[in-house]
Design a protein around this ligand. Structure first.
Ligand code: PAF
Length: 281
């Protein structure tokens, strides 16, 4: 496994693969890797000839400085996971390599950021789309792999790639969950044992929304109220949002018909967790 820190080094590492016509699978990450990332890398491994993982905590997508500083960093463990699962190249740029000057041009994601996490994290999806576009231009993969846990991010990236004719297939990979249903996330390691015990509240609420939609309920207010009623009244839990939107445009509707993305963000103590379930009536 090769590690590359600069644009020159990643180009040199990928040139032989391109020359020999090998397909490149790309897994962009911010590190603090877990079994969910391992699944992304394994899918890239089985779908492509060469696998590139990037580890870059992108300052442009953090709306709060304390969140950026607190974001877990576990480089040695990350590299050994990449090696075990079978990455060929790990790209580890420092911020000045990707942003030698503050970018004048960024990706405007429009109304795709009007709901769900968007209003609570101003500029976040602009930062995500901008760095993903840069990384796709640098790595030039045939396929790039993203977790369905970040459903809004995945929908935005799919749309950006379509709108900008980026020649890469975007592959969504199912969320990996702990036994109690909690979606794996780099942020889970910030939870104390007591907070971790409260974390299933979010997936339980989303599953209740799914149950009601499957049972034929079409009124979003009724589905939402049923889901909210499952969240325990505990001062350590604070729901940021729980919304029902269409999975592509990410807009709420007045009646539920067709597939519905039930998505939420829940603060557990000082840690913000997100999750979603794609529900079919
Ligand atoms: O999902 C993430 O880890 C990040 O948002 C991504 C896609 C690597 C962009 O920084």
């Amino acid at each position: 496994m090769i590690t590359a820190e600069t644009l020159d080094q990643i180009r040199q590492a990928l040139d032989p693969h391109r020359r020999d016509g090998r397909s490149i699978g790309f897994v962009p990450t911010m590190g603090a890797l877990h079994a969910g990332h391992a699944r992304l890398i394994a899918d890239a491994r089985s779908g492509c000839d060469a696998v590139v993982v990037s580890i870059f905590v992108n300052p442009l997508q953090f709306d709060r400085r304390d969140d950026l500083e607190r974001y877990p960093r576990t480089l040695n463990e990350d590299l050994s996971l990449c090696r075990t699962v079978g990455a060929d190249v790990v790209f580890l740029p420092e911020a000045p390599e990707l942003y030698p000057t503050p970018p004048a041009c960024t990706v405007d994601v429009g109304r795709l950021a009007d709901h769900l996490c968007g209003p609570f994290r101003p500029g976040h999806f602009r930062g995500v789309a901008t760095v993903v576009l840069k990384l796709l231009n640098i790595v030039r993969p045939q396929r790039a792999y993203f977790g369905e846990k970040d459903a809004q991010q995945l929908a935005i990236i799919r749309r950006m790639v379509r709108d900008f004719n980026v020649p890469a297939d975007i592959v969504g990979v199912p969320t990996v969950r702990d036994d109690d249903g909690v979606a794996l996330s780099s942020r889970n390691r910030l939870l104390s044992a007591e907070e971790r015990a409260l974390a299933p509240a979010l997936v339980r609420a989303l599953r209740e929304a799914e149950r009601r939609i499957r049972a034929g309920e079409t009124d979003p207010a009724v589905v939402r109220a049923g889901a909210l009623a499952t969240i325990p009244d505990d001062p350590r839990l604070r729901l940021e949002y729980l919304e029902l939107v269409d999975p592509e445009e990410l807009q709420p509707g007045s009646a539920l018909s067709g597939p519905v993305l039930a998505a939420g963000a829940l603060w557990v103590g000082t840690t913000r967790l997100i999750d979603n379930i794609l529900c079919r009536p």
